[in-house]
Design a protein around this ligand. Structure first.
Ligand code: ADP
Ligand code: MG
Length: 325
């Protein structure tokens, strides 16, 4: 049973950044307005996510740790992809691959409780001290699966992957205040911080103050899919594609078709070794897109992929042409 759980867990949790993503998405699902993330050693020894969301009732803590018991898809909500979590897999997976402690105080509850799970073994919940919200602490990720530990990259690379995941989520949710700190060796280094803002201000905070003035506002629509956001002028391109941020119905995605479309849009105005900077938001009726292709939930499958590709290419080319490119 344990081995099966750990294999399934590996599907969801590939590295510290994927654990951080799941935990921050849970905080967002809980309506948090303020989320603080702390990591140590690239997230390998410690990931701690503190939120001010609605919390978990003490009686529900064991449920939150049991596989599929809590999936946010339950009939009524089948296609509600505004909520990030929908498989009820993240916490059980994290409890299988690390030492997980959840401390929470449900809104309106007089006291907090905490629960601990390690190697899939759940200790009974006990009383704890917490004013509000939830603190999820994951220590020693992959301690029980040395093979996975070996695949982790350097502390620096894992820290960068965590920071990138946080930047993407922060862009998706501008109204939520987010801080990411590296607390390795008892230190405290701020890796990312953004106050609550509107979307334009958040994009500038994350991508650079000079990004908006070097970018074109995009607004286009095709086959029921709306495209918005900012795409940089060719003069603001980079030597790497990491500054391409794509969101579908509010959630960050990484998807070949979408990045391919972005490349196609700039094909005539950028040389092969340059990459556009862009933050693009696609919104459509949830029935037109499947975001559940892979457990890590970053790939998407549109019902009409050709139309979406065309929307991005023509939407961006139109804006570039209007700006004289
Ligand atoms: P999912 O998000 O797919 O439902 P998870 O395993 O990520 O599954 O989380 C299990 C459940 O635990 C959630 O459905 C939610 O009820 C609860 N939960 C997890 N994290 C939080 C949090 N930060 N605040 C409030 N509830 C939470
Ligand atoms: Mg979740």
């Amino acid at each position: 049973e344990g081995a099966v759980n750990r294999i399934a867990a590996g599907e969801v949790v590939e590295r510290p950044a994927s654990a951080v993503k799941e935990l921050v998405e849970n905080a967002l699902d809980a309506g948090a307005r303020r989320i603080a993330i702390e990591i140590a050693d690239g997230g390998r020894t410690l990931i701690r996510v503190t939120d001010d969301g609605h919390g978990i009732a003490a009686a529900d803590l064991p449920l939150a740790l049991s596989r599929h018991a809590t999936s946010k898809i339950d009939g009524s909500d089948l296609l509600n992809i505004r909520s990030f979590g929908f498989r009820g897999e993240a916490l059980p997976s994290l409890g299988a691959v690390g030492r997980l402690t959840i401390t929470s105080r449900a809104a309106g509850s007089a006291e907090a409780a905490s629960i601990h799970v390690s190697g899939g073994r759940i200790d009974p919940p006990r009383p704890a001290a917490l004013r509000a919200g939830t603190v999820v602490e994951l220590r020693d990720l992959f301690h029980a699966t040395p093979a996975r530990l070996k695949f982790l990259r350097s502390e620096r690379a894992e820290t960068m992957a965590v920071t990138d995941a946080i930047r993407r989520l922060a862009m998706a949710e501008p109204g939520v205040a987010v801080t990411l700190r590296d607390v390795s060796d008892g230190g405290e280094r701020v890796l990312f911080r953004a106050d609550a803002a509107d979307r334009a201000a958040r994009l500038a905070a994350v991508l650079g103050r000079d990004f908006p003035e070097n970018a074109l506002e995009i607004a286009a629509e095709r086959a029921g899919v709306r495209l918005g956001g900012l795409a940089a002028l060719p003069t603001y391109s980079r030597g790497t594609a990491v500054h391409q941020y794509l969101f579908v119905n509010g959630r960050p995605v990484r998807d070949r078709m979408l990045t391919g479309a972005l490349r196609g849009a700039y094909m005539d105005v950028l040389s092969k070794d340059r990459h556009a900077v862009a933050a693009l938001f696609l919104d459509c009726d949830p029935v037109l897109v499947d975001v559940n292709v892979h457990p890590a939930k970053t790939e998407v499958r549109f019902r009409d992929a050709g139309a979406v590709r065309g929307l991005i290419v023509s939407g961006l080319r139109h804006a570039l042409a209007e700006a004289g490119h």
